[in-house]
Structures are given as C-alpha cells and as structure tokens.
Write a protein that binds this ligand. Structure first.
Ligand code: 3HC
Ligand code: NAI
Length: 695
C-alpha cells in the first residue's frame, strides 16, 4: 500500500484499487489546488496499468461542499470544475464517489460525473448555486436530469433545497447507502465493482426523458414567485437543454452560467452568504460562553412567547413569568400555538412537543422561580420604569453569574444595567418578531457588559439557529435606528405627493419583502404613536414632522390588528385605506404642499439614500463593528432584498460620490434631515468603498 501524495489530493493504492482522498479543510471546497490535484490524480491513475478501479472520498466531515466561493469574481484558473467533471466521467476505469457530510453544488457535480455513488446515512446533497445567484455550472444541470429526471432536477436546482441520503436514493442520485468510515466504504465499493457486485455507468451516456410540461410549469411558477431574481430562470433554461446531446447541453449551461456570474445579483447573494458568517468574527470570540440550560422569560406577549418558543425548540428549559395568572395562561397558549405550528410544518414531532410542554416549559407569576436560571430575558412593555423595576427585582433574586438580558427595541441598556449591582452581567438580546421564526438577534453590548456575556449571546444564537450581530448602545441600536430614518424618508415622500401604496410598491418591486407602510400596519401603528408622544417634548424644532400617522391612530386604526391602518384588511384582500388618502390630502393642504409625482426610481433612490446615510453614521459612531454587520442586520431582520447584498453593499454599487450628490440635492429641501456623513464624503474623495472596511 502506498500513499503517493501529501497534498490536498492523495492517492492510496492497494492492488487493483486506487482510493483518492480529498483533504481541503474545513469543507473540502473545490479550490483551484483541489481541482488541479484531482485531474492530476485521474491522469496518474489512467496510466497506472495495475489500477482497475478508482474510488474518491473526502477526509474530515464532508465530501465536497462545492466550488470555492472565495474564488468567485477572481480570474478563472485552469482546470475549471467542468473540465474536472468531464475528465472524471471520461475515465476508462470505473470511478466511484463515496459521499458523506455534504455533497453540495460542485461537490454533487463531481459525484454525478463518477460512474457510481455510495452515500453515508448523514449525507446532505443539493444545488445551493441558485441561492448564490448562479446555476450548477459543472454539468449539474445536464447530469441531474439524466439521473433523476427533469422534474426532480428542476425542483432541486431552482430551489437550492437540500435533501438527505434516503431521498437521494429514491431519486437515483445515489446508488446505495452504506454505513461506516468513508475510506473503508470506498475500499469495499471498489472491490464490489471488481466482483461485479456494483454496476457502474457514465451519467452523460444516459438519455433524458423530455418533459416539456415540467419546464413550462417551472417557468410559470418562477414568474409568479421570483420575478425579481435572475438565476432561477436561467436554471430552467439550462435544465431544458438537457434533452440535447451532452456536449451541446454543457455548452448552453456554460453560457447561462457566465450570464449569472456577470449579474450584480450574484455579487449581492455571495456577499449575503459571507455576511452570515462574517458577523461571528467579534472581539469576544475567544471568550468561553457561560452555561445556559435554563432560561427565564419575563413577559408572555408577542415577543416573550416567541422567544420562549425559540428556546424550547432548541432544547432549553424555559420558565415564563407574567403579571398575573390570566396573562400567564395567555402566554402559555401562544407558546402552545407556536409549537403546534412547528408540528404542522414538520419541524417538531408531536410527541416531542408534548414532552417539551410537560417537562421543559412552565409559567409563573413569581420572579423567585428564576433563582436558578442561567439567563433571564426580559420582554415586558417598552417602558423604562417598568424595565428598571424588573431588573432591580431580578438583581435581588438571580444567582451570581446569571445573565440578565433585555429585549428592548430602543431603550438605553446602560441605564437599565445601572439599577443592578451587577452591570457586567447585563446585556441586550434584541430578538425580532416573530421571534421563533426571524433569524436575526442583535447582541447589544453595554459599557460594562462582560466579554464572556457577548460570547454567550453568540453561542445562544447559534443554538437557536439565529444569526447574531454585535451592536452598541444607542436609540434603536443598528436595525431600528436605521428604520426610524427609513420611515421618516417614507413619510416625507407621502407628505410630498406619493401614496403609501406607491411607496410600498416601489420597495417591493425593488425586492423588499414588504413596504414600510405595510410593515407599520403589521407591527401596530400604536407602538410608533406611543414613542412619538414620549419623544415629543424633546423633538428639535428644525425637524420636519409628518402628522399623518398620528391622525390615523386618533381614529383608532392601528393597522392589521384593528383591520385598518394605511391599508384596509378585508375578506377580499388588502386595499389602500380611502380615509387615509383623505387625511393625507388634508395634511398636505394644511402645510401648503402642492403634491408632486415621484417615479419608482425616485422613491427607491430617496429611501435607499436615507438608509445608507443613517447606516454610515452608525459606523462612524462605532455602533456596528463593520459595514457587513449592518448588511446582515438588514438582510436577516428587515426583509432587505438578499440579491442586493444589504445596504452597505448597495452603497458600494451606487458609489459614494453619487450618494453624496444625492444627499446634497435632497438637503436643498430639508437640510436638517439630509446631511452628508463625514465617512461618506471621505469615501467619495478617496475612491474608497465600504467593502474595504469589512476587514
Ligand atoms: N467555498 C468556500 N468557502 C466555504 C464554502 C465554499 N463552497 N462553504 C463553506 N465555506 C467556508 C465558510 O465561509 C466558513 O469559513 P469561515 O470559517 O472562514 O467563516 C467555513 O467554510 C465553514 O463554513 P460554515 O460556517 O458554513 O460551516 P457549517 O459546518 O455550518 O456548514 C456547509 C457547512 C453546510 C458546507 C455550509 O458551509 C455551506 O452550505 N456551504 C456552501 C455550500 C455551497 O453553496 N456550495 C455551492 C458552491 S457554488 C458551486 O459549487 C458552483 C458550481 O456549480 C460550479
Ligand atoms: P406585548 O405588549 O405584546 O407584551 C408585553 C408583555 O409583558 C405583556 O403580556 C405584559 O402582561 C407583560 N408584562 C408587563 N409588565 C410585566 C412585568 N412587570 N412582569 C411580567 N410581565 C409583564 O409587547 P411585546 O411586543 O412583546 O414587546 C415586549 C418588548 O420587546 C418591548 O420592550 C418591545 O420594545 C420589545 N420588542 C418588540 C418587538 C415587536 O415587534 N413587538 C420586536 C423586538 C423587541
């Protein structure tokens, strides 16, 4: 037995069997070195006459997680992945792929180019390319239909969904499932081929059954659900070409892949992929997180019950406190309903739900139940006095080292921490509604917050399958501080001539999940109203004030919960509220404003410029660590279009010079609101970008 190479790709031979081991931690991405190594290994083994069969497997936790995404956007280097796959398929000697961990994107394409595939039970396969704004570009769109049929291939390739070994077997994407160590399985499978116990066949030589109905259905579906996205439509075109001879289909795939690569959506989506991971790089990353097994949640309203659900689903014990028995029962029933929803969506087994409700979840009206809790998350009314009262009580009850967290949306975490004798144990954990669904968690670090608390917030987020972003203390932290400016810009547009419907439509056409007025209706207009009343005494005289939202609230219209807000929520759908349009007209007249019309571009330009302006000041103030953290907040908490990569990525696409020009022009109308942040001027002058500041 010889081990011929110590590089990323090594060959082990044993008589007629050659095993190729891929070792490119952490995920065996098909980087240039790995691709070159694989081709070299194929060439070597093709000319080694003793070798009769080849098996490829991955070292570590995975087979191949796909092409190396870090190389995207760089000049391509030979051999490309399509050539690697073609080289494998063309081997005269049979080649088997043994798949464990992940065989994703290019990893699955390498596997499909092999002549047989063995899966290990925990395998995940899929084509995530579409989520990165591209399509499987190494033969995936041609070989998947040859193995699984056009309909199944379309489903996998246009959605990016990931499936397990059993489903892969059912779709003929793998030939067998075997349990054991990948190397040992590779050895046994190779012997099986020699013994005639495992059939091998070139995927490219298989025919594809045409399925024009599936192609048309996929096109119609995507036109309806993903009109803004570029790649999914190209995926369908590529799969449609799979009925042609392989070489022709591969050429079509290549051309469509290039189109996707050149699309700005690709850059935005890949930025989003890295944003999700970049946010974990915090100064406190090396700290050891504190143990969190039992969590107390105070308040069983919208947020408390969502937070409790999220923790219970992650296997944490939860004690929820409310003001009285009735409120506690209400909180409990919301949690039960949330868990029932998880059962219905197939996320939780019914017996597990029953076990959670009887063993891991309890409610109380007495904070003394928190004496042994490792972490208590407060989600009571957004009122400083109420919060201070809660924290001073917790300070007297909770064990030393327990973490005291607030879910406040805007309030000063330093002021809350100051009522305790342990400000080092106080932190903001700002969840988003609905808390058991939304992925974002802002970890708000106050002046005295201990570093290991920050690490604990991030560890908790990971356990809850959330994306944590580190934020500093200010009114609204990262997300809501930007939201205030965003909403103000939308209100000014409304006052000056655009209707709420026009503004919302412009933003949803731009790619936002919802427009600002629909969001306000969903959150409840009374919340903003209360905040405006609270801030009225300190509102600067120069600030332009739009009274329309107050007028709407005065009618008792608080949005969805009352059936009316900016829009009317009736049985036959959502329509603009005609009475609101009257209020808007009246207020414009009172203010002497002659309404003008705004194009969709003018609307989105103003809104995006306002968002970027505030985001830049957040960076200047050190509230966010890096531009990419702001992108993550907006992508994962505020329905920002993922294909645009987030506000700061969008800022770079627009260019600092153009943004400065816009703000200067808008400031002619309102110099108080529109101010050029110093950092933006600096970038415009030096030609710098926000991306340069991501570290
Ligand atoms: N290329 C480069 N780096 C990658 C990578 C890839 N395909 N996949 C993961 N990484 C990096 C991550 O950025 C991260 O780096 P960091 O530690 O420096 O932040 C590290 O590997 C570990 O990744 P995760 O934190 O995500 O680890 P997990 O264990 O949670 O998840 C995974 C592992 C399921 C493989 C997940 O990383 C994943 O889904 N990766 C993306 C897979 C993908 O999209 N593949 C398709 C690529 S496109 C393609 O193949 C084109 C082809 O058709 C031509
Ligand atoms: P809510 O009004 O739905 O729930 C608050 C709950 O707290 C009520 O059930 C109330 O009975 C209970 N409560 C009040 N005082 C209490 C006390 N002293 N002890 C025990 N229970 C008490 O409010 P919501 O929306 O859940 O907000 C809670 C907190 O979360 C606020 O600080 C809010 O700013 C924040 N938040 C809200 C978001 C939202 O979208 N609603 C999003 C993120 C944060």
């Amino acid at each position: 037995m010889t081990d011929t190479s110590a590089s990323l790709v090594s060959i082990e031979t044993s008589g007629p069997i050659a095993l190729i081991k891929l070792n490119n931690p952490p995920v065996n991405a098909a980087s240039h070195a790995l691709r070159a190594g694989l081709v070299e290994a194929m060439d070597t083994l093709a000319s080694t006459s003793d070798v009769k069969v080849v098996a490829i497997y991955g070292a570590g936790t995975t087979f191949i997680a796909g092409a190396d995404i870090k190389e995207f956007g760089m000049p391509p280097k030979d051999p490309w992945l399509p050539e690697v796959c073609n080289r494998i398929e063309a081997m005269e000697k049979p080649v088997i792929a043994v798949l464990h961990g992940n065989a994703l994107g290019g990893g699955l394409e390498v596997a499909m180019a092999a002549h047989a595939r063995i899966a290990l039970p925990g395998l995940t396969i899929g084509f995530p390319e579409v989520t990165l704004g591209i399509l499987p570009g190494a033969g995936g769109t041609q070989r998947a239909p040859r193995l699984a049929g056009i309909s199944a291939a379309l489903d996998l390739i246009t959605t990016g969904k990931r499936i397990g070994a059993q489903e892969a077997l059912a779709l003929d994407l793998v030939d067998r499932i075997e349990t054991g160590d990948p190397r040992d399985i590779a050895m046994v499978a190779a012997q099986d081929v020699l013994d005639g116990q495992l059939a091998t066949r070139r995927t490219g030589e298989r025919a594809v059954e045409p399925d024009p109905a599936a192609i048309e259905a996929a096109k119609a579906q995507l036109q309806k659900t993903q009109p803004n996205l570029f790649a999914p439509h190209k995926c369908v075109e590529a799969v449609a070409a799979s009925t042609k001879p392989l070489a022709e289909g591969l050429a079509t795939e290549r051309a469509l892949f290039e189109d996707c690569m050149n699309s700005p959506q690709r850059a935005g989506l890949i930025h989003a992929f890295f944003a999700e991971r970049a946010v974990t790089k915090i100064p406190e990353a090396k700290e050891t997180p504190r143990k969190v097994e039992t969590i107390g949640v105070i308040g069983g309203g919208t947020m408390g019950s969502g937070i409790a659900t999220s923790c219970l689903l992650a296997g944490v014990t939860v004690i929820m406190a409310e003001r009285d028995e009735e409120a506690a029962a209400r909180g409990r029933s919301i949690v039960e309903k949330n868990l029932e929803g998880a059962v219905k969506r197939g996320k939780l087994a019914a017996d597990k739900r029953d076990a959670i409700l009887s063993n891991a979840y309890s409610t109380t009206t007495d904070y003394r139940a928190f004496a042994d809790a490792d972490l208590v998350i407060e989600a009571v009314f957004e009122d400083m006095d109420v919060k201070k009262d809660v924290f001073s009580k917790l300070d007297g009850i909770c064990k030393p080292g327990a973490i005291l967290a607030t879910n406040t949306s805007y309030l000063d975490v330093n002021e809350i921490a100051a009522v305790t004798k342990r400000p080092q144990d106080v932190i903001g954990l700002h969840f988003f509604s609905p808390a058991h669904i939304m992925r974002l968690l802002e970890v708000v670090v106050a002046d005295k917050t201990a570093p290991d608390l920050v690490a604990t917030g991030f560890a908790l987020a990971k356990r809850l399958k959330k994306i944590a972003v580190r934020a500093g203390v200010c009114d609204g932290f990262i997300g809501n501080r930007i939201l205030n400016t965003y909403k103000a810009a939308a209100d000014y547009l409304m006052m000056d001539g655009a209707s709420p419907e026009e503004i919302d439509n412009a933003l949803t056409n731009y790619g936002f999940a919802m427009g600002p007025f629909a969001v306000s209706d969903l959150a409840g207009l009374d919340i903003g109203w209360a905040a405006r009343k609270r801030l009225a005494p300190t509102r600067p005289a120069e600030e332009r004030y739009v009274p329309i939202p107050d007028r709407i609230c005065e009618q008792g219209w608080f949005g969805r919960k009352t059936g009316r807000g900016f829009f009317v929520y009736g049985e036959d759908g959502v329509t603009p509220n005609p009475d609101v349009l009257k209020i808007i007209d009246e207020e414009r007249e009172k203010a002497g404003i002659a309404p003008r019309s705004f194009s969709e571009k003018e609307i989105t330009d103003r809104i995006m410029t306002a968002i970027i302006m505030e985001a830049t000041t957040i960076l200047e103030d050190g509230i966010a660590l890096r531009p990419i953290d702001i992108d993550a907040v907006y992508l994962f908490g505020y329905g920002f279009p993922r294909f645009r990569g987030g506000p700061m990525h969008t800022a770079d696409a627009i260019g600092a010079g153009e943004l400065v020009r816009r703000i200067e022009a808008y400031s002619q109308e309102d110099a108080y609101f529109w101010k050029v942040p110093a950092l933006l001027s600096e970038l415009a002058e030096t030609g710098g970008t926000f991306a340069d500041r991501n570290g």
